[in-house]
Write a protein that binds this ligand. Structure first.
Ligand code: THU
Length: 138
């Protein structure tokens, strides 16, 4: 899929993050890259599994928590998610709720694999009626 250089760069960051995934149980490695307004490089995230399976953290949530830890009040511009699958993998429900805290309904979400970006969606395609208390920074 044809994407901007910014998205291409974020795809590389997400793919690199995926290689750091700690996924000895599922063997399903996921990478994410959250591009923020005013920050050049997208913030990476990978899934970090745990022997107590429920304590596993997904790649998207790792990226959000890392971004907030580094930058505080974040303004996400777009998100890239990559897996080793042929078909696009969508974010899980828990990650969608965490993303909803910071990401607007129109935020582009790019899904990809080793070949590059294979699908482009909007956040609201996955969670059309997000529960929020605060309005998201735009
Ligand atoms: N996973 C993610 O990192 N992101 C998602 O949106 C879906 C699932 C991870 C969690 C677990 O480590 C593995 O993929 C299999 O579910």
């Amino acid at each position: 899929m044809n994407v901007t250089p910014d998205v291409e760069k974020a795809h590389k960051i997400a793919w690199m993050a995926r290689s750091q995934a700690h996924a000895p149980y599922s063997k399903f490695q996921v990478g994410a890259a959250l591009k923020l307004a005013g920050v050049e490089d997208a913030v990476p995230g990978c899934n970090v599994e745990n022997a107590s399976y429920g304590a596993t953290i997904c790649a998207e949530r790792t990226a959000v928590c890392t971004a907030v830890s580094f930058f505080g009040q974040i303004k996400p511009e777009f998100l890239v998610i990559v897996t080793g699958e042929k078909n696009a993998t969508v974010p899980c429900g828990v990650c969608l709720q965490v993303l909803a805290e910071f990401c607007g309904d129109e935020m582009p979400v790019y899904l990809g694999n080793d070949t590059g970006i294979i699908a482009q969606k909007k956040f609201k395609d996955f969670l059309p009626k997000a529960f929020r208390v605060f309005e998201v920074n735009k």
